[in-house]
Design a protein around this ligand. Sequence first.
Ligand code: OAD
Length: 235
Amino acid sequence: MQKKLVVFTGAGISAESGIPTFRDANGMWGKYDAMKLANVEGFEEDPQAVLDFYNARRKNLLEVQPNHAHLVLAELEKQYDVTIVTQNVDNLHERAGSNKVLHLHGELSKVTSSRNRLDSNCIKDYPLDVPIRLGDKAADGSQLRPYIVWFGEYVDNMDEATRFVKQADIFVVIGTSLVVYPAAGLVNYAKREIPKFLIDPNDIKGGLPMGYQHIKATAVEGVDELVKRLDELEK
Ligand code: OAD
């Protein structure tokens, strides 16, 4: 039986692929207004601005590649039963070869209805090089929108993610500021006695959660140290 390794990732793991994070210097929410671009009222007020923002991010996804950190996590499936729980809306974990990826905040590669984001008849894959335009319709006749969780909307897969974290034998957190709830609360569900690692080059503003070993490095550097520490555990 393989050990259950659960990895919780945020924007920091994709930073070295060239996708900016949200709250670092040069972060997305320093340049753009989250209240306009990441909530339903913003979309109702200025849908074109919101579509432009996500169309640019969708197109950019075609220009970036998974980095060493994404690849090492995929590689760890040879040794562990790995589940990735990600706040990221990119597809770099999947493209690196990870097979079990739960997205909490949606996916840039999908679209849905602006009447009901969770209408399964309306959620579909949409080519990243095709912009979502005003007037494009979902299956229910409403304006098509990106399949992204905006502030105030229900987070996807939260119950399932919580279950995986509770059952983890090893838990790893990579590249998240741990300020956006409910996702950030996942760090509190890992069992007390299991090894817990957090990879981030910076201090966590709210403090390192209890029982975590901080690998203070970027994701690309930190995963090699993580693999060393995992190997130590097996000795
Ligand atoms: P943040 O931008 O809030 O945090 C990024 C974290 O990554 C910080 O702790 C950085 O120190 C760290 N970091 C920066 N560069 C790194 C690197 N090269 N390697 C590893 N870590 C690095 O991003 P998230 O925590 O992911 O939600 O943000 C959470 C949510 O807020 C996002 O999913 C998004 C945003 O609003 C939605 O859009 C719904």
